[in-house]
Design a protein around this ligand. Sequence first.
Ligand code: FPP
Length: 249
Amino acid sequence: MGTLQAQIDPHRLPRHIAIIMDGNGRWAKNKGYLRAIGHENGVDALRKVATASARLGIHYLTVYAFSSENWNRPKSEVNTLMGLLVSSLSKELKTLLENDIRLRTIGKVENLPARAQRELQEVIERTRDCQRMDLTLALSYGSKEEITEGVRHLAAQVEKGQLKAANITQEHLAQALYTASMPDPDLLIRTSNERRISNYLLWQIAYAELYFTPKLWPDFGEEDLHQAVLDYQNRERRYGKISEQLKSQ
Ligand code: FPP
C-alpha cells in the first residue's frame, strides 16, 4: 500500500468522484507529440485512475470524456477522439470485467457516430452485472442542456395534467436528469491548472468539494487520486451549517 493510501480513512471515502480530464493537448505539445498521442495517453490515465478508484472503494466515477462544446474542435480531432473511443471500448472491456466495473454514459449519446453507439451499447450490456463501481462516461454532455431537457420533461408532465407546477420539488428535477440513479458527486477533480467547471454537472456539484491540480491529465495517476481523496478528507463539509453543529451530531 502506498504511503498516501495508508493515510486514507476507508470509512469516509467520497462515494462519487467526478473528473474533468484536462490537459491532453498540452501534455502532447510539451513533448513535441501530436495531440492524438496526448489523448491516447489520456485513455491510459483513465484506465489507471478507474482501476485505482475501484480498488480504493469508490462506488461512482464520472468522467468528462467529450463535451457538447467539443464538437466545435477541428474535424480531425473530433474524428481522433471518436476513433479512440471505439478502439478503447473494445480493448478495455476485459479491464472493466476484471475489475467488476459497470460502464454507463450520460449525455446526448445519440449524437455520436453509429459505430461508437454500437460499441458503447455492447460494453454497457456486457458489464451490466458488475457491482464494484460505476464508471460513467459523459459523452456529448452539457449540463445546461441536461437541465433544460429535464425542465422540458417536467413541463410536459404539467401540460398533461400529471403534475402541478406548484408541487415541483428539487427531487423532481434531480430525477429528470441523466444522473437520476446516482448520488451527487462528493469530490470534483480538474487537472491541468484550469479552475473552471465548463458546463459539467452544474446541478449535481452543488455541495461537491472542488480539487484543482496543475498535473496534466496523462500524468495523473493512482498517487494523485489518493492525494485528492486525502485532501477531501481533510476538509469539513458543512452544508451551510456551522462547525459546532457538525461536532454535536
Ligand atoms: C482534454 O484535453 C481532454 C479531452 C477533450 C478529452 C478527454 C478524453 C480522454 C482522456 C480520452 C477518453 C475519451 C475518449 C472520448 C476516448 P484537451 O485536449 O482539452 O487538452 P488541452 O486543454 O491541453 O488542449
